[in-house]
Design a protein around this ligand. Structure first.
Ligand code: EPU
Length: 420
């Protein structure tokens, strides 16, 4: 089991290049199995969730060859089963995209229920409702989602919650359905737009992605194409928050600054200097930042995936800050671990109240999920002494070479393997 050992209180300075978006890639790779050609996907993040997804696609007969670490050539012509039931599928939250993609292409899919990070019930009723509206029969039995359709036909679908996963899954299946599908109350996250753009490169007809009404006119087939994935909004935000937390100065490069507006605004409100350029942002932190309140919301609101990192930052700021998590019902499990560093956080339902302590001190902690791991790293960077973070496998699911990137910025960090 890998651990990260961090000696805190180093000021982070320098530049860091942000990798491609994990959550966009999680949707785009399954989308590629819908085409009858070859797709070349560039700017793929080299993270464990994506490697598991590639493994899952290979297991159903889809040819996936890495041209280099960040470029994948996908040839789906050899797919020989619509049943994805391998261990690699079980690990993934995004495995549900294989349902929409296989159903859209072959009219049937059997996929293991999604795994991934545990922060609440995480239902998939909106995925099911959407696919059923297109004419599929969807059942969940023996831990598998089974979907089948003689024919998919366009429909009007109103989502009860603006779910990223349901929006993308419906877009996938509807791309090859007969006629027009309208998704109302659609999710607007950058990775929804990226997946729609990729499907359009393959010949789909999708309009309105990025707004709350998406219209998909079904086409007979999709062809291959080349596509470059957008930068990862959450990796970028994590480094911006790390600059603020260590009173450092970090330039995040290869990014889309517009995607970071909610984060830039919050850091500026705290007193950080935030300088935006066409494809980079520099964040300068200072020792006496102001406390703020944060409410997570669907895009363009403050992302839930940066809530834990923001909590870790606010533990170092004088005064009381209040975080309200509106997206997931149980996303504070990491706070027990953050408290080991001395953080003074009280949780009541979806609200966390953060009061600054005199100082944070290093301790042995464990990541409980991907972004929880990122929060512990930020806490450790601010703490006096040494922090040992276990369960780094969670962080590796979504951050590429995190310790190298942090070390290049001046962090005292190393990865060690330990016998458990
Ligand atoms: N929801 C339902 N019914 C559904 C689907 C969702 O009630 O059928 C609820 C969820 O319980 C949640 C809310 O809707 O309360 C939003 O869930 P959403 O479907 O948008 O999230 P997701 O598709 O499960 C993706 C990302 C998450 C990210 C969320 C929100 C992937 C693989 N996962 O999850 O990313 O937090 O959108 O932006 O794209 C991460 O990267 O660390 C991560 C967890």
């Amino acid at each position: 089991m890998d651990h990260l050992i961090i000696n805190g209180k180093q000021t982070l300075r320098g530049e860091v290049a942000i990798n491609g978006s994990k959550n966009a890639a999680t949707a785009i790779l399954p989308a590629a199995i819908m085409c009858s050609g070859i797709c070349v996907i560039d700017n793929l993040p080299n993270v464990d969730d994506i490697l598991s997804l590639v493994e899952a696609m290979r297991k159903i007969g889809c040819k996936c060859d890495f041209k280099d670490k960040h470029t994948l050539i996908i040839d789906p012509s050899g797919i020989n089963t619509t049943c994805a039931n391998h261990e690699s599928v079980r690990k993934l939250r995004g495995s549900y995209y294989l349902v929409g993609a296989l159903l859209g292409r072959f009219g049937k899919a059997e996929v293991t229920l999604p795994g991934g990070c545990n922060f609440g019930t995480r239902p998939i009723d909106q995925h099911e409702k959407g696919l059923e509206a297109l004419g599929a029969s969807v059942t969940t039995e023996h831990g598998m989602i089974k979907a089948f359709a003689e024919k998919l036909t366009g429909a009007n679908i109103y989502l009860d919650v603006a779910s990223v996963g349901a929006t993308i899954n419906i877009m996938l299946a509807a791309s090859c359905a007969d006629g027009l599908t309208t998704i109302e109350n659609a999710a607007k996250e950058p990775h929804v737009v990226d997946c729609a753009n990729f499907l359009n490169v393959m010949g789909a007809k999708i309009k309105g992605a990025g707004t709350d009404v998406i219209k998909i006119t079904g086409v007979n087939s999709l062809h291959g194409g080349e596509y470059t994935i957008i930068p990862d909004q959450i990796e970028c935000g994590t480094f911006m928050i790390a600059a603020a937390a260590t009173a450092g100065e970090i330039t995040v490069k290869n990014i889309i600054p517009k995607h970071m507006d909610s984060v830039s605004a919050k850091l500026a409100e705290m007193g950080c200097k935030v300088e935006e350029r066409s494809d980079s942002i520099t964040v300068t932190g200072y020792p006496n930042l102001k406390h703020v309140n944060v409410k997570t919301m669907a895009y363009p609101g403050f992302p839930t995936d940066l809530q834990p990192q923001m909590t870790a930052l606010l533990c170092n700021v004088s005064g009381t800050s209040i975080i309200t998590e509106t997206v997931f019902d149980n996303r504070y499990q990491y706070i027990t671990e953050l408290r080991r560093l001395g953080c003074n956080v009280t949780v009541d339902g979806r609200v966390a109240i953060i009061n600054q302590l005199e100082k944070l001190t290093g301790a042995d902690v464990n990541a409980t999920d991907l972004r929880a791991g990122a929060a512990l790293i930020i806490g450790a960077l601010c703490a006096e002494g040494t922090t040992d973070i276990g369960n780094i496998k969670y962080v590796d699911r979504g951050y590429e070479a995190i310790e190298e990137k942090l070390a290049n910025l001046g962090a005292d960090i190393k990865r060690v393997s330990k016998e458990e």
